[in-house]
Design a protein around this ligand. Structure first.
Ligand SMILES: C[S@@+](CC[C@H](N)C(=O)[O-])C[C@H]1O[C@@H](n2cnc3c(N)ncnc32)[C@H](O)[C@@H]1O
Length: 275
């Protein structure tokens, strides 16, 4: 791919999805766009870029963005966020939200392992929220991963990553060489397409936001903007959980670090201010 084509695709990804693609990631473009070029009946990535440039077709642009997302995820990823939910966040919210409900948002949920981990954890121990009902909303920019998430169908490799064997036996049934999550757990998560670059207001307000392992793909101003807008969707005393390599420190003052709980942030009381 020549330098102009690379520049065209990387600025399209930045504009559309906030994704930063540096020149050293050229190999990613090649490995991820080649299958799309084939699917479109085109001979090469160069041809694909030419078609995208000349037609500006929304569907094809969305497919290019989708193909360039990194969808790595697994059940109970990093473990501690789920322990923080159980030991600190749910006990606090079960008091604060008594008589109402607790709303959780997984803001870049990929193929669904993160929201389903929360749903299974709650199903195993409903007393965790002191009887307060929980609603789980999960969103992603990629229609491809959302479809997989809704189906709740996972490979042997995927169910071997992070999922305790007792949960596999209890909540999944074997379907050919894959595993299907029970309808009861699937129905507890509602999946919607949402680009974090666009308005989040339609989702309503949440008590807990999981926004894990997506900010790492954005630049500083984009992280700050996204965090500010997530804060606006978070109830007073609400929580944000980030991935192990992410922080709000030096990026946004919309959330405050919880020093006793790494990776957990509380919405700042004084409204939203970018750092
Ligand atoms: C690495 S996965 C993280 C999945 C899960 N949160 C976890 O930590 O295991 C990142 C996800 O972010 C999604 N993503 C990337 N850019 C996005 C954007 N602008 N808006 C919404 N989702 C985005 C990708 O499609 C991908 O599924």
């Amino acid at each position: 791919m020549n330098a102009q084509d690379f520049e065209f695709i990387s600025s399209l990804l930045k504009r559309r999805a906030g994704l930063i693609l540096t020149a050293d990631k050229m190999y990613l473009l090649e490995s991820r766009l080649a299958p799309l070029a084939r699917k479109e009946g085109l001979a090469s990535i160069d041809d694909l870029v030419r078609v995208v440039r000349s037609r500006s077709e929304e569907r094809l642009i969305a497919d290019v963005v989708d193909a360039m997302t990194t969808n790595e995820t697994f059940f109970f990823r990093d473990k501690t966020p789920f322990e923080h939910l159980k030991d600190g966040i749910f006990p606090a919210l079960s008091q604060a939200r008594r008589g109402s409900r607790i709303r959780i948002w997984c803001a870049a949920s990929s193929t669904g392992q993160e929201p389903y981990s929360i749903a299974m954890m709650l199903d195993q121990n409903p007393a965790m929220t002191g009887g307060v009902p929980v609603e789980i909303v999960a969103t992603d920019i990629s229609e491809r991963v959302l479809e997989r998430a809704r189906a709740g169908l996972y490979t042997q490799f995927e169910v071997q990553r992070g999922l305790p064997i007792q949960m596999l036996m209890h909540y999944f049934t074997k379907q050919d060489d894959q595993w299907r999550l029970s309808e009861r757990i699937r129905s507890q998560v509602s999946f919607r397409k949402l680009n974090l670059m666009e308005s989040m207001a339609g989702l309503g307000k949440f008590d807990v936001v999981f926004c894990r392992n997506v900010l790492i793909y954005f630049d500083g101003p984009t992280k700050s903007d996204v965090l500010g807008r997530i804060a606006a969707q978070t109830n007073a005393n609400g929580y944000l959980l980030l991935g192990a390599a992410e922080t709000v420190i030096g990026v946004s003052t919309a959330f405050e670090a919880q020093h006793d709980r790494r990776g957990v942030y509380k919405v700042a009381q004084k409204g939203v201010r970018a750092a």
